[in-house]
Design a protein around this ligand. Structure first.
Ligand SMILES: [Fe+2]
Length: 392
C-alpha cells in the first residue's frame, strides 16, 4: 500500500463548492441556491465600479422577484486592503445577514470570503493570514464572477494588500472555499477589452503554473491542460469582440477549470514575483503576472521540457510534430505573442517601475514561500533578483 515516499501530488484532497452552476443565464438560479443554503437574508457584496452598471440592478431584481429581502455593501475597491474587510463584516453582523453573495472579479470575491469569516465576530483578520489559520467557518457564500480570470469562485484563497508591508498575502483555507458558484458567461459580455485581456492572462497563467506545480496530480493536470486549450482558443476573440458569446463561454469555462486546478496544485513563482508589483506599485494582477512570465518560465524550463511540451500541445496544433525541446520553447514564445496581440505589457520597464526597485522586490518575493514551494525548480533570492533584472 502507499508509503511516505511518493511525489507530492500522489496524495491530494479536493475542496470545491458543493454546487457549481455554469451556463448563459444561470444567474436566474440565485434565489434557489440561497434557499438551498438555508438562508433568508443575504448581503450582496459588489465593487464600486460594478455597482454603477446594470449587474447589481439585475441581481437585486432577481432576488426581489423571489421575495428574498437583502442588503447591499458596495464599498469594495480593486486589490483591497485587508483592513477594509471589517466594515462589511460589521454590517452583516449588525443587520443579521445569514449569507454573503460576492459579485465581481477576484478582488470582490476574495473580499467576500474574508468578510464572511469575520462576520460572526471574535477574530482578528491579521491572525488569519497564511495557510490553515482559520479556526471555524463563517457565513455561507455564493460567488458570481463577472470576469474570467481569478478562479476565486472555486478556490480556497483570498488575496489582500497590506499597507505596511507593500506586499500581497493570502488567507488560504478550505473553510473559505465558497459554498456555491454561479458561472454565467453572459455577465462577462460587457467587460472592457483591457480588463478581459488582463484577467484572461491571469487565468492562463493559473493553468500553466498549476500544471507545472510540484503539487500537481492527475486530476489537476487534466483540468490545467483543458483550461489552457479553452483559453488559448478564445482569449484573443473575447478581447477583440466582447459580445462573442462563444468566446466568452470558453473563457468562463477555462477560467473555472484553471481555478479548480490551482485550488489543488497551487500557483508558483510567477505569482510570487508578481505580488510585489501589485503590493507596492498597484499594477493589475494579470499584467504583473505577464511581465514576470517569460523569465520565470525560462528558469523553470531546465529539466521540465516534457511538461512544457505538453502545455504547448494544448496551445496550438502547430506543435504536433515538434520535438519536445522545440515545443517547450514554443509554449513560452506563444504566450508572450498572445499577450502582445491583446495589448498586455510584457516588460517590467514599460510599467514605469524603476530598476532601483528590483532588490526590494526580490526581498519581498523571496518571502512568498507558500507559492515558491510549488515551483518546479527552487529559486533563491539571488536568482529571483536576476529574473527581475531580465524582466526589466
Ligand atoms: Fe492569479
Amino acid at each position: 500500500m502507499s508509503g511516505g515516499n511518493g511525489r507530492p501530488g500522489d496524495v491530494f484532497s479536493f475542496h470545491i463548492p458543493g454546487n457549481v452552476v455554469f451556463g448563459d443565464g444561470t444567474v436566474d438560479r440565485l434565489p434557489g441556491i440561497v434557499r438551498e443554503l438555508g438562508a433568508n437574508y443575504p448581503l450582496v457584496l459588489i465593487g464600486r465600479t460594478l455597482c454603477k452598471t446594470g449587474v447589481l440592478r439585475s441581481v437585486r431584481g432577481i432576488l426581489d422577484s423571489s421575495g428574498i429581502s437583502h442588503g447591499v455593501y458596495d464599498q469594495i475597491y480593486p486589490e483591497p486592503y485587508v483592513e477594509s474587510v471589517g466594515a462589511a463584516a460589521d454590517l452583516a453582523r449588525a443587520g443579521g445577514h445569514d449569507l454573503m453573495i460576492g459579485i465581481g472579479g477576484g478582488s470582490t470575491m476574495d473580499f467576500t470570503k474574508a468578510a464572511a469569516v469575520m462576520a460572526p465576530g471574535g477574530l482578528n483578520i491579521l491572525d488569519l493570514v497564511g495557510r490553515d489559520r482559520i479556526p471555524r467557518k463563517g457565513l455561507p457564500t455564493i460567488m458570481i464572477p463577472t470576469t474570467s480570470g481569478s478562479g476565486s469562485e472555486v478556490s480556497p484563497v483570498a488575496i489582500f494588500t497590506f499597507s505596511d508591508e507593500k506586499v500581497k498575502k493570502g488567507i488560504v483555507s478550505p473553510l473559505i472555499t465558497p459554498d456555491a458558484a454561479i458561472v454565467d458567461p453572459e455577465l462577462t459580455h460587457g467587460l472592457p477589452p483591457k480588463v478581459t485581456a488582463d484577467t484572461g492572462m491571469d487565468a492562463l497563467i493559473h493553468a500553466v503554473e498549476s500544471f507545472l506545480s510540484i503539487n500537481a496530480n492527475p486530476l489537476s493536470e487534466t483540468l490545467s491542460l483543458a483550461a489552457v486549450a479553452h483559453i488559448a482558443g478564445s482569449l484573443e476573440s473575447a478581447v477583440k469582440n466582447g459580445r462573442d458569446a462563444g468566446a466568452r463561454r470558453m473563457m468562463s469555462m477555462g477560467s473555472l477549470m484553471a481555478g479548480m486546478a490551482f485550488a489543488m496544485a497551487g500557483t508558483a513563482a510567477v505569482h510570487a514575483l508578481a505580488y510585489p508589483l501589485g503590493g507596492e506599485f498597484h499594477i493589475p494582477h494579470g499584467t504583473a503576472n505577464t511581465v514576470m512570465f517569460r523569465h520565470v518560465m525560462e528558469f523553470n524550463l531546465e529539466g521540465n521540457s516534457v511538461k512544457f511540451a505538453r502545455l504547448a500541445r494544448s496551445m496550438s496544433d502547430e506543435t504536433k510534430n515538434m520535438p519536445d525541446t522545440d515545443a517547450a520553447r514554443f509554449s513560452i514564445d506563444w504566450m508572450i505573442d498572445l499577450a502582445r496581440n491583446i495589448g498586455v505589457v510584457t516588460r517590467l520597464r514599460d510599467l514605469g517601475i524603476p530598476e532601483s526597485a528590483i532588490s526590494g522586490m526580490a526581498e519581498a518575493a523571496s518571502g512568498e514561500t507558500r507559492l515558491l514551494s510549488n515551483n518546479p525548480r527552487s529559486m533563491d533570492k539571488k536568482q529571483i533578483e536576476e529574473i527581475y533584472r531580465k524582466a526589466w
